[in-house]
Design a protein around this ligand. Structure first.
Ligand code: HEC
Length: 108
């Protein structure tokens, strides 16, 4: 019984580590060019597009999970100008939710 529990916790630790790695890899590959690896948007694109600093608790407070998921899936529009493209063709719903959780974890 004890070994079963030990094995189970190893399994859980391994799968959650794999999850964390994939969201951060996706962030690095698809999002960091604008939002910055650290989420502060201090990149050339981030400054040009005036993207908010997602590590700022005040910014995090106005962000809504639902809107973040929608923005990542469908993109961000300003009138008829697209500010950010949607990623629903590249990422599954679960991956998008993981990315939003990743952004939430950027808060210091
Ligand atoms: C071409 C640059 C660009 C890329 C690449 C990009 N974004 Fe964005 N993103 C923006 C801009 C511009 C905004 C709107 C400005 C802001 O929120 O400060 C935005 C806003 C957001 C928002 C906030 C939506 C809200 O609720 O207000 C989220 C969440 C987000 N992006 C997630 C992502 C994720 C996840 C990725 C990668 C899969 C990504 N972005 C890639 C430019 C980009």
């Amino acid at each position: 019984m004890k070994t079963k529990i030990a094995l189970l916790s190893v399994f859980i630790a391994a799968t959650s580590a794999a999850y964390a790695a994939s969201a951060s890899e996706n962030w690095e590959n698809s999002c960091a060019s604008c939002h910055g690896a650290d989420g502060k948007a201090q990149t050339k694109q981030g400054k040009k597009l005036k993207i908010r600093d997602y590590t700022d608790p005040a910014v995090q407070a106005v962000l809504k999970d639902e809107a973040m998921i929608k923005a990542t899936a469908e993109g961000v529009m300003e009138g008829d100008k697209q500010r950010m493209k949607g990623y629903k063709d590249e990422y599954s719903e679960a991956e998008i939710k993981d990315l939003v959780a990743f952004i939430r974890a950027l808060k210091p």
